[in-house]
Design a protein around this ligand. Structure first.
Ligand code: ZN
Length: 337
């Protein structure tokens, strides 16, 4: 049976692939992602994360449309790596980015992810983790912390952890919808108090918690474990490239295209328009996310509907496509450098 399925897959010409979200219980989460992603939440507990594109062993995105419907992203990577990833395919055994929405009803733990400079802190098969957020919704009390205030040393941090005043050592941001926040690996960061963000990150799950605000996990009735020594070991003290990013406008017609992030792991643009424009790129993969409004990707004359919260992967062999908005639309487009 499996072989028959593989033979069938081998004949498929790739096309724009849509994926369904995988919702994750988190004690700091809320219930706002259901309406944002037009997908019902499981159960009635707090949902903190929707993993919208993931090629991780424990969580695999499933194709939601067309001949490959029901296949995991891993399987598509295995069978169509070159068609999917283009010329740089040999660099990638698994899809290099992990895309999520976060609904941070409470504050997340204050945490840090290691950079490539700390292989000893990265478990086998995982990578460093640089990430970035685009704020989707924020309330009056919402808060983001990204980076250390200038002059903060490891011994300052240890003292603040002991005193419970570590937030005073962090650069504080009052987020509003549309804000772009860059969190390179090695940056101390957190967010919460009813902020919803779209997150792009390297495909990694390595997190070290410095501080958890005294939260008790109602499932275990215990505080979650901290990893203070590992966290302190991978903080880039003195680094200055984290925090709010000023968008760079690249084009204004037929679509307003702003570059929000441009780092070694990903590029991300925000597209805003109401007339037909081009998405995707020749011979390289792109990811499109519907943020506001709706429209259609046109590939070989076939329309693929993009609504709010939808995630589409345009394989390298699909290349450029026309996007036909139905009224004003906001999309994110992500490339792999
Ligand atoms: Zn993080």
């Amino acid at each position: 049976m499996i072989q028959e399925g593989q033979q069938t897959m081998g004949k498929v010409q790739l096309y724009p692939l849509r994926f369904d979200p995988i919702f994750q219980y988190r004690l700091w989460g809320g219930r706002r992602l259901a309406s944002l992603l037009s997908a019902p939440h499981p159960g009635d507990g707090p949902i903190g994360e929707a993993w919208v594109l993931t090629d991780r062993t424990d969580h695999q995105s499933l194709v939601a449309n067309g001949p490959l419907k029901g296949q995991t992203l891993r399987k598509v990577m295995e069978q169509f790596r070159e068609e999917l990833m283009g010329e740089k395919f040999s660099r990638f055994r698994r899809f290099p980015l992990l895309l999520k929405y976060l609904d941070a009803h409470e504050m997340l733990s204050i945490q840090v992810h290691p950079s490539e400079a700390h292989p000893e802190l990265i478990s086998a098969g995982d990578t460093a983790k640089t990430e970035a957020w685009v704020v989707i919704e924020a309330e009056k009390g919402s808060h983001i912390y990204a980076g250390l205030r200038s002059g903060t040393s490891a011994s300052n941090l240890r003292q603040s952890l002991y005193d419970g005043t570590i937030a005073d050592d962090l650069v504080s941001i009052i987020p509003k919808p549309g804000d772009a926040v860059f969190i390179p690996a090695g940056t101390v960061h957190t967010l919460g108090n009813d902020v919803v963000v779209f997150e792009v990150q390297q495909n990694s799950d390595v997190t070290f918690r410095l501080y958890d605000w005294g939260h008790i996990d109602p499932k275990t009735r215990r505080p979650r474990p901290l990893q203070v020594d590992q966290a302190l070991a991978c903080i880039e003290f003195g680094a200055r490239d984290s925090g709010l990013v000023a968008p760079r406008v690249e084009t204004t017609t037929p679509v307003e295209r702003e570059r929000l992030f441009d780092c070694h792991a990903f590029l991300l643009w925000r597209l805003l328009g109401q007339d037909s424009f081009t998405v995707g790129a020749m011979a390289e993969p792109r990811v499109l996310i519907g943020i506001e409004g709706s429209g259609q990707i046109i590939h070989k004359g076939t329309p693929y509907a993009v609504g709010k919260g939808d995630v589409w992967l345009l394989p390298a062999e699909v290349g450029e496509c026309a996007f036909e908005p139905s009224g004003e639309v906001t999309l994110l487009e992500i490339a792999i450098p």
